[in-house]
Design a protein around this ligand. Structure first.
Ligand SMILES: C[S@@+](CC[C@H](N)C(=O)[O-])C[C@H]1O[C@@H](n2cnc3c(N)ncnc32)[C@H](O)[C@@H]1O
Length: 153
């Protein structure tokens, strides 16, 4: 539409005004991808672009860099090419989109599709899968602290 590869989406830094857990995860979650226009259930949103690498190489880079689990086996997006797929954050509880692997001419492409209607301003988030994501534990720990007696106002 406007010549950008990913129209209708923008990258934003997450700041203290939109933290998942007030004051705690704001720094860890520094950037994310946000809708600029309406996206409807089933719509294609973006492709998680990266370099196609062999499984052995993927295993090595996973040990070193820990890319999101959905990207394992085929696509390594460690190299910043300016596209937004590599900036989409995880939500394992209420994701609004889903990553699907689509084969085109024998080559895998990881594509993000909307699971529900998404309105402008919403953050695009998918479930990274069963990956051992440390931030999920952080949320649990913070919730436990807030519920416990040791939390002093
Ligand atoms: C594919 S990147 C997403 C973009 C990343 N937020 C950034 O600013 O570059 C994956 C990394 O983002 C962070 N991340 C993703 N989802 C998160 C979440 N729900 N809570 C906290 N950090 C998250 C983790 O550091 C993870 O390794």
């Amino acid at each position: 539409q406007d010549g950008r590869l990913e129209p209708g989406l923008s990258e934003k830094g997450r700041t203290a005004e939109r933290p998942s857990v007030p004051g705690v995860l704001a720094l860890a979650l520094c950037r994310g991808v946000f809708a600029e226009s309406d996206i409807f259930k089933g719509d294609f949103i973006l492709e998680y672009r990266g370099d196609l690498i062999d499984p052995e190489e993927t295993f090595r880079s996973f040990i070193i860099a820990k890319p999101p689990i959905t990207a394992l086996n085929v696509i390594d997006a460690a190299r910043d090419d300016g596209t937004l797929g590599r900036l989409v954050n995880d939500d394992h509880i209420n994701p609004n989109c889903k990553m699907k692997r689509i084969m085109v001419e024998g080559k895998p492409h990881l594509c993000l599709f909307a699971l529900k209607d998404i309105t402008p301003g919403d953050e695009i988030r998918y479930n990274y899968g069963d990956a051992d994501c440390p931030w999920r534990n952080q949320v649990r720990i913070v919730k436990d602290i807030l519920k416990s007696d040791i939390y002093i106002n």
